[in-house]
Every structure is written in C-alpha cells, then in structure tokens.
Design a binder for this molecule. Sequence first.
Ligand SMILES: Cc1cc2nc3c(=O)[nH]c(=O)nc-3n(C[C@H](O)[C@H](O)[C@H](O)COP(=O)(O)OP(=O)(O)OC[C@H]3O[C@@H](n4cnc5c(N)ncnc54)[C@H](O)[C@@H]3O)c2cc1C
Length: 386
Amino acid sequence: MFENYVSPWMDEELHIMRDAVKKFVAKEFAPRASTWEKQGFVDRDAWLKAGEAGLLCASIPPEYGGGGGNFRHEMVLVEELAYANVSGFGNGVHSGIVAHYINNYASEEQKLKWLPKMASGEIISAIAMTEPGTGSDLQAVATTGILQGDHYLLNGQKTFLTNGQSANLICVVVKTDPAESASGISLLMVETELVEGAGGFSRGRNLEKIGMKAQDTSEIFFDDVEVPAENLLGDTEGKGFVQLMEQLPQERLIIAIGACAAMETALRHTSEYVKERKAFGKRILDFQNTQFRLAECYTEARIARVFVDECAVKLADGKLDATTAAMAKWWTTQKQCEIVDACLQFFGGYGYMTEYPIARMFADSRVQKIYGGSNEIMKLLIARDI
Ligand SMILES: Cc1cc2nc3c(=O)[nH]c(=O)nc-3n(C[C@H](O)[C@H](O)[C@H](O)COP(=O)(O)OP(=O)(O)OC[C@H]3O[C@@H](n4cnc5c(N)ncnc54)[C@H](O)[C@@H]3O)c2cc1C
C-alpha cells in the first residue's frame, strides 16, 4: 500500500541513492544487527564501511568531505535503516545533528579538522546536553566550562549520550557563565584523544536499556578537564542556547522521520503475517477487527507521512519553524508507539518473542516519546504559540 505514495521530495538521484543504501544496509548491517544488540554497540569498522560507502555526513558540503547533499539525503538514510530494522547505528546524531553544529557554527579550521574524519567514520561523534540533574530544563545545566588562559576547565557530568562509548568527538553543553541562565550556555567540542588518559575525563558503563540495544548510551564525567579554548563553537561564549534552539527542529524532524518509517515497517511485517497465520479456519486478516484496526493504522501512518514530508520540504528550504517541528515530533512518535503496539497484538504470543522484528520495534519505539525533548515539552512549545 505504501508503494502507492511517493514522497514529493524524492527525485531520480535520491531513488538511486535509496537503492544503494538499501543494498548496503542489507549486506553490511542487517546480518550483524543481532550481534550488535547482544554486545550493546555497533562495531567501529561498520562506521568506517559506512564512511567508505558515502553514507556519513551526506548533507555536509564536499569541501569538508561530505556528500554534498541536503536534508533529503539524511532522510533516505534514516528511512532505510528503519525499514531494515537496524536501530543501533547512531548516524542520526552523528551526521544529522553534530555535523551540522560544526558546519553551521565552527571556524573554517575546525570544520577542516573534524568534518572529513566524521565523513570517513574515523571520528564518531556525540552530543551531551542531558545531565543526571536536568534533561528537559536545558537552561539548568550544571556542567561548567570556565576559560582559564588558553583552555576551558570542564567540571560536571552528562548522561544518556547516544554513541557515548564510541564517540571520539563530543559536543558538550556547558555553562561558561554559571551566574547566567540561557545566555551563560556555550557549546564546547571535546576531542577525547586529547583528554582521555590525561586524567579527569571518564566514561561510565554502557547503560542497559529496554530497547535500542545496539546503540551505546553512556554517562561521561569531567573533573578539571582541560579543553583548548579554540574548541568553543562560535566566535563568542554564551551562544550555545541559541545554537541549540536553531538546530533542535532538525533533530526533532529526524526523530519524526524515523517514526514514520517505523510505522510503515511495522505495518508491512504485520500485513504479511496476518495473511499467513490462521485461526478458527480463517486468516487473521479475515477477521473484521483486523481489517478495521489495520485500516486505521494505515490511515494514520499515511497522515504522519504526508505531514513529515511537508516538514522536510520546509526544512530543506530553511522554513521549518520550531512549533511545527515539535508537532511532528510528538504526534508521529505517539502514533508510532500506538501502531507498533496494535501491530504486535496481531502476532499473538510470537509478537512478544524478540526473534520477531515486531517485538524489537515495540521496545525500540518507546524512547522516541522521551528523547529529543520529551513529548510533554513538545506540547509546551506548541502551546506557547497559541
Ligand atoms: C536512549 C536515549 C538516548 C538519548 N540520547 C541523548 C543524547 O545523545 N544526548 C543527550 O544530551 N541526551 C540524550 N538523551 C536524553 C533525553 O533527551 C532526555 O532523557 C529527555 O530530554 C528527558 O530528560 P530527563 O530524562 O531528564 O527527564 P525530566 O526532564 O526529568 O522529565 C521527567 C518527566 O517530566 C516531564 N516534564 C518535565 N518538565 C515538564 C514540564 N515543564 N511540563 C510537563 N512535563 C514535564 C517530562 O516530559 C518527563 O515525562 C537520551 C535519552 C535516552 C533514553
């Protein structure tokens, strides 16, 4: 049924890219997905392979090693990973978020230093906003980065970092002026090879989660860690909050695209299953309850797709506002959870067994309502515009 609808932002070049990404993911990632889930992280060589294939930093200009594409190229990647049910590869954070902080706010020298290695997969990146004491209330971050001569002295703790175990470049949200709220916030790029071993920087364990098991998620600690002064993003301190607010719509849309693709994947798996499985001498699909519930799910998935496609076109034109991005994030992730749950029900007991993709999709989907700004915070943002 999804084949009847082609997103308006797709073109010939993107169809070719989609085909190549699909083949790459099927050959290089899908066969390893269950190993990554068991070990709790994606192997580093997979990042290098993705880099070689041109899958990293697809929307970063070629002069910095990127693919020279735009947000539509990132969308294809997010979708194809979701269609293959490969949930651990943290490229949304790496290419879709951190690379864009660098591309938008870093100096020419910094861009040339980090982006080409991010595009090749030699550098894996992460973003550290959340702290044990504050997540939703970003202005209340307590980690400090105080300028002392030629370096910033970092103290504090961050948590729930996607790619936290593997990252060698971390965009850290700090207070450069702890007396101030939003205007005291700056973004500092921490190169782990400079601080690891120098004392003061450490990573916590790989946190155990109920889903997204192949994605490494960690705490990090700073105890008098020295970061070169030139690793500040932007030309002056105090710009971090504005930079975050500018980039968060893109992050939220990446989550919404993942939600759409997950709904579509769940419905594909379920449609196949209900045509095969029989009860009371009939296919599960022949029960009217199945037909009606799936009809509702397909309709909602289509509505989500149309809305997200419209947001994507706006984002590519630089016209996606924060309120609309918040609408897309909360609604699609809410629907993702409802639809995956409804789909799982049609699998009966098999839906609860992790060997069935729908079971993993159920566990993976839950976090979508929490990260990237919780859905309650999305509603607050929308309500501010009323
Ligand atoms: C798997 C995973 C990966 C993550 N990756 C990253 C990452 O890479 N980098 C990063 O920085 N963070 C990351 N996070 C953190 C995530 O963004 C935060 O968990 C999220 O923003 C919520 O913050 P919190 O956990 O501190 O919850 P809290 O802020 O403590 O909120 C708790 C509950 O209260 C609600 N709430 C809070 N304030 C209000 C309010 N004003 N009105 C109504 N309700 C409210 C929230 O919606 C939530 O339901 C990740 C989290 C997970 C689980």
